[in-house]
Each structure stands twice: as structure tokens, then as C-alpha cells.
Design a protein around this ligand. Structure first.
Ligand SMILES: Cc1cc2nc3c(=O)[nH]c(=O)nc-3n(C[C@H](O)[C@H](O)[C@H](O)COP(=O)(O)O)c2cc1C
Length: 183
């Protein structure tokens, strides 16, 4: 069983976090939801109490005294999904002002897997530079970019493709999308 921190920040696409949690059933999951993500969840019709129920442990961004705020509690991997440009900046620059950026800092300093799913378009130079910095620090930058070759028919197919890509990086089996084959 993996210990995985999942942070949800204030961008469009909170459903990605919900779908990922559904597919992390059986793992030891630590969910952190930012204050803005709570608002956007409402706008996007995501029920926060249902989201919380999918995780084993739940924290708000202000709980800097939580166990996962310290690297003495080892976590195997962390996914920030979706990741705002603001949280990307905090992580890239080591600005640990909340539990999300602090937990990410711990993952990077312990050399564990950190996956960032940044959502914004178009991108500012600051965000591109922050992605570069985070990448150099060891993070995997996994933007939710569309592909058409697997012929998605519904929004569900598109969501599953993005979440499948995250599970690929976590080395977890799934059948959320059909792997490319030219046959
Ligand atoms: C409806 C709505 C949608 C937003 N979408 C995005 C987005 O897609 N990407 C982004 O970087 N910020 C987006 N923002 C702005 C962030 O929520 C804002 O920068 C916030 O400070 C992020 O804080 P957090 O990372 O702590 O959640 C959005 C804000 C609102 C109200």
C-alpha cells in the first residue's frame, strides 16, 4: 500500500481529483483541499463531503501542524491535481505558507515522486519558469492536455485519460484509457 498525498487547489478541473481518488481506492490517501478549491468545487458541482469520504485522511490548507507537514512522516508520492499557478509558484520557490506547499517541499527534499497537474492557458512566462524550476527540483509536470488519437467521445473519456496519465507515473495499474498501439 502506498502513502499518497493528494492536494487540490483553486483551478478549474476539481473533478480530476475526484476521479483520481476513486482510482486510489486501497491506498493510504492524505487529501488537502485549498480554500479556493472549496469555492471552485461548488461552482463545478463537486460535493466536497463526498470528495472527503474518498480519502483516508483529510486536511485544510491551514493545518501546518499536521503530521504530513513534517518529513519525519514518510510519504511515497504526492499529486497536486489540479495545480494553480499560485501553488506551482509556491512549490517551485520553496514558499511553504500552507500545508500544500510544505508537504510538497518535504516530498522534494526526500527525493520522492511529486506530480504537478498545472491548469491554465495561455501560460505566463512566470508560470513557464516555475514549471522549469519545479522540474529541475524533481517534480513531474503533467498538464491535462488533450489527445485525440484514442478517439474520446465523452467528457468522462477525457477526464479518464488525464487521470490515467497520473496513475501511469505512479506505476499503478488502471484501465482508464486504452494504451497506444498502432494495431
Ligand atoms: C472560478 C475560478 C477559476 C480559476 N481557474 C484557475 C485556473 O484554471 N488556473 C489557475 O492557475 N488559477 C485559477 N484561478 C485563480 C486561483 O484560484 C487563485 O490564483 C488562487 O489564489 C489559487 O489559490 P490556491 O492555489 O491556494 O488554491 C481561478 C479562480 C476562480 C475563482
Amino acid at each position: 500500500m502506498m502513502r499518497i498525498t493528494l492536494a487540490v487547489t483553486g483551478t478549474s478541473g476539481i473533478i480530476l481529483a475526484e476521479r483520481l481518488l476513486e482510482n486510489l481506492n486501497g491506498q493510504d490517501t492524505y487529501l488537502i483541499v485549498s480554500d479556493t478549491a472549496k469555492k471552485i468545487a461548488r461552482y463545478e458541482g463537486i460535493n466536497l463531503s463526498e470528495l472527503k469520504k474518498l480519502a483516508k485522511h483529510f486536511y485544510t490548507e491551514n493545518e501546518l501542524d499536521a503530521d504530513i507537514a513534517s518529513s519525519s512522516n514518510p510519504i511515497d508520492a504526492m499529486v497536486v491535481i489540479p495545480c494553480s499557478m499560485k501553488t506551482l509558484s509556491a512549490i517551485a520557490n520553496g514558499f511553504c505558507n500552507n500545508l500544500i506547499s510544505r508537504a510538497a517541499e518535504n516530498i522534494l527534499k526526500m527525493g520522492k515522486k511529486l506530480i504537478l497537474v498545472p491548469r491554465d492557458t495561455p501560460l505566463s512566462l512566470a508560470s513557464i519558469e516555475n514549471m522549469r524550476k519545479a522540474k529541475i527540483s524533481g517534480a513531474v509536470i503533467l498538464p491535462p492536455n488533450m489527445a485525440y488519437y484514442y478517439k474520446p467521445e465523452t467528457l468522462e473519456d477525457v477526464t479518464n485519460f488525464f487521470v490515467g496519465k497520473v496513475l501511469d507515473v505512479l506505476d499503478l495499474e488502471h484501465d482508464l484509457y486504452k494504451k497506444w498501439s498502432r494495431e
